[in-house]
Design a protein around this ligand. Structure first.
Ligand code: SAH
Length: 366
């Protein structure tokens, strides 16, 4: 990574270094620039990424003098909990967080048998324009910094007091449209000096930015790649996802094959089923033909209808039939369990309703 890129990645908008986005090595350099001993970096790093500190005041084993220096010379990025919706059915918690500049994002905490999972946002809003998705309705406000993505996990850990073993980058935003910050986030999250979450328990979901997928395959990470496919051919895919006009399905699937070949990690294909749009037996047959050789797994998601669009969920029999056809062709498929049904606004809806009701007041929101 070039020096300039590092600079951009670890600096907040008012120009102060964003210490929570720094690697331990970068933090050492930064502290020695302030005339501090390098070993202080490990202490500070521990406060930020193990103790998940909200403030410099908490960092009691750092001298008052160093804390004052940090307050003046750096920014400790935090996100603030504005709201949390708790499901009465399965304990799923949906959080609305405020970023330091007043933008808002959402994150979700889910309990599974295999452990707790957090779904993080990678951007405030999104510019990909997928037809069924609420996150994109107001466009992209801005990219998140690595610290702001990490903080979603940290605040949820602090709020619930529970461990988090899985992280999915499937909230609002297109992670490969914010590539550097997202890869930095993954390294900090899975680093042994921080939360030390296994890379195998991290999933990145993309709408299919081919150059990003190819670049990710070379990062040496063992995370799972999830591709939002949602269609068996380009014609249907284009009607749902504008990005399909830029990257044809063949190229996207090629990039996925390359990801599997280089990382050994099976790709997950996400397929949101919308009644009468992409859920026919012919659609399932065509999908099976297209992805049959890729050793992938299909995750079928009953589409979550949003007010602004007219999609309806496929009926249960259609969903089951779709799955059976894939399985007949040797492709494993699961139907995603709907977590937090009672609080389950679709992706980006909590944020959108907050923005809509606060729009008159302005203040950083779009
Ligand atoms: N930009 C990334 C991650 C965001 S969304 C991506 O496109 O993969 C995570 C998944 O939820 C994606 O597969 C997305 O297409 C899907 N999704 C978004 N809104 C949905 C809705 N209303 N119903 C069903 N799936 C939806």
């Amino acid at each position: 990574m070039s020096e300039q890129m590092n600079e951009l990645q670890t600096t907040v908008p008012d120009g102060k270094p964003d210490i929570r986005s720094m690697t331990l090595a970068e933090l050492r350099d930064f502290l020695s620039g302030l005339g501090e001993k390098p070993f202080r970096a490990a202490q500070l790093y521990r406060w930020m990424h193990v103790q998940m500190a909200d403030s410099l005041e908490e960092m009691t084993n750092l001298s008052r003098d160093l804390r004052a220096k940090l307050a003046a010379e750096a920014e400790l990025v935090t996100v603030k909990k504005l709201d949390v919706l708790v499901s009465g059915i399965d304990g799923t918690r949906k959080y609305l967080f405020e970023l330091p500049d007043g933008n808002v994002i959402e994150s979700v905490f889910m309990r599974y048998q295999h452990g707790n999972s957090v779904c993080v946002s990678s951007q405030a809003g999104c510019r990909m324009g997928c037809r069924f998705c609420a996150s994109t309705l107001n466009g992209l406000a801005r990219n998140l910094r690595a610290s702001e993505i990490l903080e979603q996990v940290y605040q949820i850990r602090r709020d619930t007091g529970e461990r988090v073993s899985n992280v999915v980058i499937m909230g609002s935003g297109e992670p490969l449209d914010n590539y550097d910050a997202v890869v930095r986030f993954i390294r900090l999250l899975t680093g042994e000096d921080g939360q030390n979450i296994s890379q195998r328990n991290v999933t990145l979901s993309t709408c299919g930015l081919v150059p990003g997928i190819r670049r990710l395959a070379g990062e040496g990470l063992s995370i799972t790649l999830a591709l939002s496919l949602h269609a068996p051919n380009d014609e249907i895919r284009k009607s749902l996802m504008p990005i399909a006009g830029t990257y044809p399905m063949e190229e996207v699937l090629d990039a996925c094959a390359d990801y599997f070949a280089r990382t050994g990690r099976r790709v997950t294909f996400e397929y949101s089923l919308a009644g009468g749009v992409n859920d026919s037996p012919e659609n399932a047959e065509e999908l099976a033909r297209r992805i049959g050789k890729l050793h992938g797994h299909v995750n079928l998601i009953p589409v979550n209808p949003i007010r602004e669009r007219s999609f309806v969920q496929s009926a249960r029999p259609e969903i089951n039939r779709f799955r059976e056809i894939l399985e007949k062709h040797g492709i494993t498929a699961t139907v995603r369990r709907e977590m937090g049904r009672d609080i389950n606004g679709a992706c980006g809806q909590l944020r959108k309703s907050y923005i809509d009701t606060h729009a008159a007041g302005g203040g950083g929101q779009r």
